[in-house]
Design a protein around this ligand. Sequence first.
Ligand SMILES: *[C@@H]1O[C@H](CO)[C@@H](O)[C@H](O)[C@H]1NC(C)=O
Ligand SMILES: *[C@@H]1O[C@H](CO)[C@@H](O)[C@H](O)[C@H]1NC(C)=O
Ligand SMILES: *[C@@H]1O[C@H](CO)[C@@H](O)[C@H](O)[C@H]1NC(C)=O
Ligand SMILES: *[C@@H]1O[C@H](CO)[C@@H](O)[C@H](O)[C@H]1NC(C)=O
Ligand SMILES: *[C@@H]1O[C@H](CO)[C@@H](O)[C@H](O)[C@H]1NC(C)=O
Ligand SMILES: *[C@@H]1O[C@H](CO)[C@@H](O)[C@H](O)[C@H]1NC(C)=O
Ligand SMILES: *[C@@H]1O[C@H](CO)[C@@H](O)[C@H](O)[C@H]1NC(C)=O
Ligand SMILES: *[C@@H]1O[C@H](CO)[C@@H](O)[C@H](O)[C@H]1NC(C)=O
Ligand SMILES: *[C@@H]1O[C@H](CO)[C@@H](O)[C@H](O)[C@H]1NC(C)=O
Ligand SMILES: *[C@@H]1O[C@H](CO)[C@@H](O)[C@H](O)[C@H]1NC(C)=O
Ligand SMILES: *[C@@H]1O[C@H](CO)[C@@H](O)[C@H](O)[C@H]1NC(C)=O
Length: 498
Amino acid sequence: MALLLLLLFAVFSVVTADEGAFIGVNIGTALSDMPNPTQVVALLKAQQIRHVRLYDADRAMLLALANTGIRVTVSVPNNELLGVGQSNATAANWVARNVVAHVPATNITAIAVGSEILTVLPNAAPVLVSALKYIHSALVASNLDSQVKVSTPLSSSIILDSFPPSQAFFNRSWEPVLVPMLKFLQSTRSYLMLNVYPYYDYMQSNNVIPLDYALFRPLPPNKEAVDSNTLLHYTNVFDAVVDAAYFAMAYLNFTNIPIVVTESGWPSKGDTNEPDATIDNANTYNSNLIRHVLNNTGTPKHPGVVISTYIYELYNEDLRPGSVSEKNWGLFDANGIPIYIMHLTGSGVILANDTTNQTYCVARDGADQKMLQAALDWACGQGKVNCSDLVQGQPCYEPDSVAAHATYAFDTYYHQSGMAPGSCYFNGVATVTTTDPSHGTCIFPGSGGRNGTFLNGTMSVPSSNSTASNSVRHFGGGVLSSSLITGVLFLLVGGIFL
Ligand SMILES: *[C@@H]1O[C@H](CO)[C@@H](O)[C@H](O)[C@H]1NC(C)=O
Ligand SMILES: *[C@@H]1O[C@H](CO)[C@@H](O)[C@H](O)[C@H]1NC(C)=O
Ligand SMILES: *[C@@H]1O[C@H](CO)[C@@H](O)[C@H](O)[C@H]1NC(C)=O
Ligand SMILES: *[C@@H]1O[C@H](CO)[C@@H](O)[C@H](O)[C@H]1NC(C)=O
Ligand SMILES: *[C@@H]1O[C@H](CO)[C@@H](O)[C@H](O)[C@H]1NC(C)=O
Ligand SMILES: *[C@@H]1O[C@H](CO)[C@@H](O)[C@H](O)[C@H]1NC(C)=O
Ligand SMILES: *[C@@H]1O[C@H](CO)[C@@H](O)[C@H](O)[C@H]1NC(C)=O
Ligand SMILES: *[C@@H]1O[C@H](CO)[C@@H](O)[C@H](O)[C@H]1NC(C)=O
Ligand SMILES: *[C@@H]1O[C@H](CO)[C@@H](O)[C@H](O)[C@H]1NC(C)=O
Ligand SMILES: *[C@@H]1O[C@H](CO)[C@@H](O)[C@H](O)[C@H]1NC(C)=O
Ligand SMILES: *[C@@H]1O[C@H](CO)[C@@H](O)[C@H](O)[C@H]1NC(C)=O
């Protein structure tokens, strides 16, 4: 046993010895007013984003990224995969044009060969491993193979029975591709690229997966998911999916391949049937994800083993087809204005603006009027909130509604309590938001006037189309979630989950 542990430690120390996990950002370009590469790079620099993934190898973008210190993952787009996978010469040419021509000025650190090929373009699957090998041999020929890793992003939906994670395995139909692929990753000391979308897992679970569990919000210990085989406790969906991938690899006898999450995020806006695609949830997910990753927490199966992660994505992409949420995964709009300002205190310098102290406690939409009134009365009484500003003639009297007055009282109480956990609850009729409810002369507690601290005006140069539009992305979740649901249900039945 001790030997085994030692062995595991030795294997993973390759990863842990590194300087720690990083957060990167994906740059999709399906915007009607796509900023030009200079503008994109200006935004990356201002926000201190040091790692990006492109969905292609756009020349202008790679030139703009030169001498910036930003690490770049470039991609062989899906529509070029067949060519690259069928011809060593085409692959060599691709590497010459898109990698060799740009390094070392542009720090290209990885090539993502295709995007979710097995689920999005299964007819190209038979040449996927050849594509990886051809690209790699071209790197070897240019002596770049040690600095540029080669891999291919997988949708987590090819992992079946992913809860409990210890029972996860890859869809067996894909073993003929996955086994040689994992051998390739192992022999080239590369990593598994995995797209992880707790949003889809949550959405498709019919409320079996609690929202808090998807958003990395603390769960009471008795609500944590427990893997009954390993007795490991899972506090969030992200970790459970990553561990499912480790177990699925181990099932095929690959135990030393690290994982990099190539896409993860949460949409800030959705259709009426996507009620949880909200700014607050997107902010909560991405803020918590960043903190989790940069803390080098690892997962329950491999504590301390870093899981570097690329957030999906830099910009909202208005030209992407599909539901409203599909166009709203971005951290920024085309002008470089943040869609929301994240709470990142304690996670070091990334995405410059941190407004942990800029949260407000407001009445929940649609809350019961009587419960609101009772909570308002409590706050202004026992809660010791000074409610004199709510009196007629005072600044916060208008609008004269229970919800507006309750919001003022709740927020004051929340800030009086130092925004302590539990101080924005009021029997469930209150909720935390990042939107300042101040209006007119009614300035709410917590409103520090730190309004619009982001990058005012730095992105105002007119934009032009410069980068190729990207291929289909992140169809993750569908299959995975059904197995996650089964797993969670299994635990429910087993009485552990509740
Ligand atoms: C490129 O990125 C790698 C990996 O982070 C780093 O080790 C290397 O120093 C970088 N090279 C330059 C020239 O910045
Ligand atoms: C493929 O091309 C590389 C150079 O890019 C070369 O080193 C390698 O031998 C070639 N492999 C085959 C099977 O032709
Ligand atoms: C496994 O993959 C095959 C081939 O793509 C697919 O037809 C099948 O539905 C998948 N099985 C499950 C359970 O998702
Ligand atoms: C994994 O290794 C075990 C023990 O060496 C062996 O019995 C099993 O067949 C291997 N499985 C695969 C998929 O190679
Ligand atoms: C950070 O990691 C430590 C262990 O290394 C863990 O105890 C702590 O809970 C983690 N914090 C967060 C916010 O994940
Ligand atoms: C917000 O970000 C900008 C640009 O990086 C920076 O100048 C400013 O100081 C940041 N504000 C805060 C409060 O961190
Ligand atoms: C937030 O508040 C805490 C305690 O009041 C303070 O120490 C910290 O500096 C504040 N952070 C920001 C970003 O204002
Ligand atoms: C309550 O607030 C009002 C106006 O802001 C102020 O004049 C008054 O002194 C406060 N009362 C107490 C008890 O602090
Ligand atoms: C903050 O900005 C918004 C929109 O730009 C504005 O409506 C609001 O009055 C501002 N709040 C403060 C306190 O300056
Ligand atoms: C931000 O931009 C607005 C409009 O462009 C301008 O009125 C405001 O003064 C700017 N604020 C700062 C801090 O530069
Ligand atoms: C930018 O791209 C859009 C959509 O592909 C296209 O309609 C538009 O004409 C392009 N604009 C320029 C300046 O190329």
